[in-house]
Design a protein around this ligand. Structure first.
Ligand SMILES: NC(=O)c1ccc[n+]([C@@H]2O[C@H](COP(=O)([O-])OP(=O)(O)OC[C@H]3O[C@@H](n4cnc5c(N)ncnc54)[C@H](OP(=O)(O)O)[C@@H]3O)[C@@H](O)[C@H]2O)c1
Length: 511
């Protein structure tokens, strides 16, 4: 028997879907190529449509050719990899197929000397999550001699009540420490780097509080509209689709206290404290004054006219679903009292980017240089996606010019480094799940706290849609989002390195 805990039979529910094709199969290949997956593994692709093993393997090849970081090597290497993949047609709503699945899992376990470990990956529509877990148990799939783990995709519920219901159902089958809830933002290199930059640098940690930080801005902008997910999105909206998970998780990473140890639970304990400290909006008026929502209308993007949200396929023509929201959020604890965290996300915005900007307080304006100059605040920017890096904006003397101070940028562009082919979030998370490291997965109490915060906003919005602001596709969202910051004397900093009119230092050179 193979006792390697890195080995497993992976059962991918939803193996013919978009996520499996774009993210999961490429992740398996990268892990295999980098030696992070032993030979003692098998992948069983599961979905309703009929597929032979050969057809499935050729789908896997196509997906890897299109989306993987590594090029497929010669036939011999490929065949060695793909022989671990088998397909079984299974309707997850019927328990009968799960008994068959158990036999197949047992057979592959034996063939590849896996040792009984099983990882169930739910890449399915969320409505199926609860029922599948029940069927996994009823089909006898948990009766093996190794570990069992459930990896579950977002969204985890539609609100707190539905998330609690789903959680109860799943917990009847799996223990909390066997459940790996994916928020793929936590798998991103630069999100994980936030903690390192904060806690490993004497330059930042002493300043990381309300005495020195004026505000924090988190932008997650998309250029795409709803594409073919109109039906799902119209029911969900930006607040639930992005706010409850990715945006609140990024606030938690920025605001948490340093964990005292490096056990997974220590980091998650610190994050949940932040989520519990979020100031709740108690009335619809409070929601209105702290949260702006918008919906895109027709507009031009890069010379192409894009249709309005309400004209998208499968979207209600009178929909009041938000495709944009911006919020002012407070973390009510000693470190952050009084510091606004501004978050915004939206579809059909001018660029695709995820960035976190930390704006530091200005030097006193009545002394020395500041007396004669309008000094720009120092900024520390985490560029999370698609560019990865850290960018710092400081004030310096303009070279050659007498008495002129200008903002200069020190730019560490991680993704620009030649040959630095950083792992995809899904690779990291899949690897963590098979190693049993749950650090960058969301624990139930985090999910519940995040929903409690989001539910109050959603509840206020459900009462009236008067405050839904239209914004043209290709713009930066409603004017009200600009006013949200202007009222506090701040502005959204340009994202995507578009800090106009400044000198850029890139890795020691002046450009
Ligand atoms: N796509 C992404 O980039 C992305 C990103 C983040 C999160 N997610 C989450 O990941 C999950 C999957 O998303 P997706 O985009 O891959 O969806 P998708 O493209 O619609 O794929 C759904 C998969 O489920 C299978 N399926 C549907 N009903 C089934 C049933 N009764 N029994 C067995 N299989 C069934 C489908 O195959 P058959 O029709 O052949 O059964 C297909 O393989 C969702 O929870 C989504 O929210 C996706």
């Amino acid at each position: 028997m193979n006792m390697n805990s890195n080995s497993a039979v992976f059962m991918i529910f939803g193996a013919t879907g978009d996520l499996a094709r774009r993210k999961l199969f490429p992740a398996f290949y990268s892990l295999y190529r980098e030696g992070k997956l032993t030979d003692h593994f098998a992948v069983i692709g599961l979905a309703r449509r009929p597929r032979t093993n050969d057809q499935f393997r050729s789908d896997v090849l196509e997906s890897i050719r299109e989306f993987a970081r590594h090029e497929v090597q010669g036939d011999a290497d490929w065949n060695r990899f793909v022989e671990h993949f088998e397909y079984m047609s299974l309707d997850s709503t019927q328990v009968a197929g799960f008994h068959e699945l158990r036999k197949l899992a047992d057979r592959l376990d034996e063939k590849f000397h896996v040792g009984g470990n099983r990882l169930f990956y739910l890449a399915l529509a969320p409505e199926l999550f609860g029922q599948v877990t029940t069927h996994i148990r009823e089909g006898g799939l948990l009766e093996s001699k190794g570990w069992n783990r459930l990896v579950i995709e977002k969204p985890f519920g539609y609100d707190l009540a539905s998330a609690e219901k789903l959680n109860r159902q799943i917990r009847e089958v799996f223990e909390e420490n066997e459940i790996y809830r994916i928020d793929h933002y936590l798998g991103k290199e630069m999100v994980q780097n936030i903690g390192v930059v904060r806690f490993a640098n004497a330059l930042f940690e002493p300043l990381w509080n309300n005495r020195h930080i004026a505000n924090v801005q988190i932008t997650l902008s998309e250029t795409v509209g709803v594409e073919d997910r109109g039906g799902y999105y119209d029911h969900s909206g930006a607040l639930r689709d992005m706010g409850q998970n990715h945006m609140l998780q990024m606030i938690a990473m920025m605001a948490m206290e340093p964990p005292s140890r490096t056990n997974p639970e220590d980091l998650r304990d610190e994050k949940v404290k932040v989520l519990r400290s979020l100031r709740a909006y108690r009335t619809p008026e409070e929601v209105r004054s702290h949260v702006v929502r918008g919906q895109y209308t027709e507009g031009e993007m890069k010379g192409t006219l894009q249709k309005a949200y309400r004209a998208e396929d499968s979207v209600n023509p009178n929909s009041t679903t938000e495709t944009y929201f911006a919020a002012k959020v407070y973390v009510d604890n000693f470190r952050w009292a009084g510091v606004p965290f501004y978050i915004r996300t939206g579809k059909r915005l001018p660029v695709k980017t995820t960035e976190v900007v930390v704006e530091f307080k200005n030097v006193p304006d009545n002394v020395y240089l500041a007396n004669d100059h309008r000094l720009e605040p120092n900024l520390l920017v985490f560029r999370i996606n698609p560019m990865e890096g850290i960018y710092m904006k400081i004030n310096a003397k303009k070279p050659g010019a007498e008495g002129v101070i200008i903002p200069v940028a020190m730019d560490f562009c991680q993704s620009c480094q030649v040959g630095l082919n950083t792992p995809e979030a899904y690779e990291r998370l899949l690897h963590d799940a098979v190693r049993g490291d749950s650090t960058y997965f969301t624990r139930w109490d985090e999910v519940a706290s995040a929903w409690s915060f989001i539910d109050r906003i959603a509840e206020a919005w459900s009462q009236s849609s008067d405050d839904l602001h239209p914004y043209p596709a290709g713009s930066w969202g409603p004017e009200a989002a600009r006013e949200l910051l202007a009222r506090d004397g701040f502005r959204w900093w340009p994202v995507n390195g578009q800090h106009e009119g400044e000198v850029i230092w890139v890795e020691g050179e002046t450009k």
